[in-house]
Design a protein around this ligand. Structure first.
Ligand SMILES: Nc1nc2c(c(=O)[nH]1)N[C@H]1C(S)=C(S)[C@@H](COP(=O)(O)O)O[C@H]1N2
Ligand SMILES: [Mo]
Length: 412
């Protein structure tokens, strides 16, 4: 067994598999993860705010940027994680396999980190394709896993601190360290020196025997990782970053596709609203306590209209800006004497579905450009974009830009 593990380690040894490379890639992976985690938190709490949270509608591209960074950094974690695993996996065969509390912490945190990150990245990507035939709720699992990953990452960094600090900077002598691969199998040399505890064990990599001829050079590794990460970035970020739209060959969504040249998330057929939305008797109900008004589309069109160029920025990472026209929401709820500090409960004609209603905090209701949209890019709203009327507010996640409006209720 021992022999086998050592042979395995020797077989896969390569100059690119060294502690310095593990640290370099680890830094990139860690940064991508932290950015992805923070933007994920913003996205989560924009959709599910705690009572004490106050978000702001401006800048109107804030969520677009947030979500672009979230999905892009998440995607970048894929090549970075693979590269990191490639560099360090010979360490799986280190001896003793498990020894003492330090190594349990070390290996345990890595096992949890790698396992949950693989699941996290997989379900994240599947979600951007709206392909999640999984028996659980994506949001809750994705949210919870991010904390598991964060915790195990913190533990992993703590355990590896000696290596990280030693190889943080390029070693002056160019020696990037090597995997420990003893020439023979001298029993005592393999065990950690007595009394070194966590630190001793954490130094899994120590300078040792010259490695066999390179299959992957040190430069080759970084070039490979850099190129694949850059390619992934360039070929997907166009789904939200308009100048790179021509290069968007890989992302699940492509700007400009769909009715009126705008992407559609959920169709009227999927939402089961086609009949109700095209019913000639449709009217938008606006209520504030006892006061209720109902406005037909013609009556809404007869009110003063505003225009605003606003993006729809989907949690899935795509976004598209259009010129929306409609009735300023603040004025509309003014017709039922809404208090300027009131929040709204907005309901769609949709009867089931996660996005059939939305809460809108007063900051968004008050914004000059928040509207009940009736037209887009100079044409009456298409059924797939929310005809007869939809909500458009600056700085909100796409899931909250409710289509096919039914009622707007002022909450005290
Ligand atoms: N009633 C309702 N409104 C909805 C949705 C929905 O499923 N039901 N999807 C939302 C999501 S997730 C997005 S990204 C935007 C997309 O708007 P679009 O289809 O006009 O591009 O609509 C939002 N409005
Ligand atoms: Mo969305």
């Amino acid at each position: 067994m021992r022999r086998l593990l050592l042979d395995l380690r020797r077989a896969v040894a390569s100059p690119a598999r060294n502690p310095r490379k593990a640290v370099v890639i680890g830094r990139l992976l860690g940064s991508a993860f932290v950015l992805c985690f923070l933007t994920g938190l913003v996205s989560h709490y924009l959709q599910h705010p705690e009572p004490w949270m106050a978000w702001t509608p401006r800048p109107e591209w804030g969520y677009q940027l947030n979500q672009g960074v979230h999905v892009t950094t998440g995607l970048l974690c894929i090549p970075l994680l693979l590269a990191k695993l490639w560099v360090v996996y010979p360490d799986l065969f280190r001896l003793p396999l498990i020894g003492g509390l330090g190594s349990v912490l070390e290996r345990g945190s890595i096992a949890i980190f790698v396992g949950s990150t693989l699941v996290q990245l997989a379900i994240g990507v599947l979600n951007t394709y709206q392909f999640l035939p999984l028996p659980f709720y994506f949001l809750q699992v994705h949210f919870a896993l991010s904390f598991v990953i964060l915790g195990s990452l913190a533990l992993h960094i703590a355990v590896k601190l000696p290596i990280i600090s030693r190889y943080w900077r390029r070693p002056a002598d160019g020696d990037e360290g090597a995997l420990e691969v003893p020439e023979q199998v001298p029993e005592p040399a393999i065990a950690a020196p007595p009394g070194r505890g966590v630190t001793g064990r954490a130094m899994a990599f120590i300078d040792a025997t010259p490695a066999p001829p390179a299959k992957v050079s040190r430069r080759g590794l970084l070039a490979g990782v850099g190129l694949s990460a850059a390619a992934l970035l360039m070929l997907t970020v166009g789904q939200t970053l308009t100048p790179l739209d021509p290069l968007n060959l890989f992302a699940p969504r492509k700007k400009g596709t769909g009715p009126q040249g705008l992407l559609v998330n959920r169709t009227s057929a999927q939402a089961g609203v086609a009949d109700a939305a095209t019913d000639a008797a449709w009217a938008l109900t606006v209520t504030n306590g006892e006061r209720t008004i109902a406005l037909t589309r013609a009556q809404l069109l007869a009110l003063p209209q505003i225009d605003a160029a606003l993006p729809i920025a989907c949690v899935e990472g795509w976004s598209q800006t259009a010129t929306w026209r409609g009735v300023r929401l603040r004025e509309l709820v003014g017709l039922v004497d809404a208090d300027p500090g009131a929040e709204l409960e907005i309901r769609s004609l949709e009867r089931k579905g996660a996005y059939k209603t939305t809460r809108m905090a007063a900051e968004y209701v008050r914004d000059d450009e928040t509207m009940v949209a009736l037209a887009v890019n100079g044409e009456p709203l298409h059924l797939e974009h929310g005809y007869p009327a939809r909500i458009l507010a600056p700085g909100r996640p796409g899931v909250l830009q409710t289509k096919w409006l039914d009622t707007i209720e002022v909450r005290a």
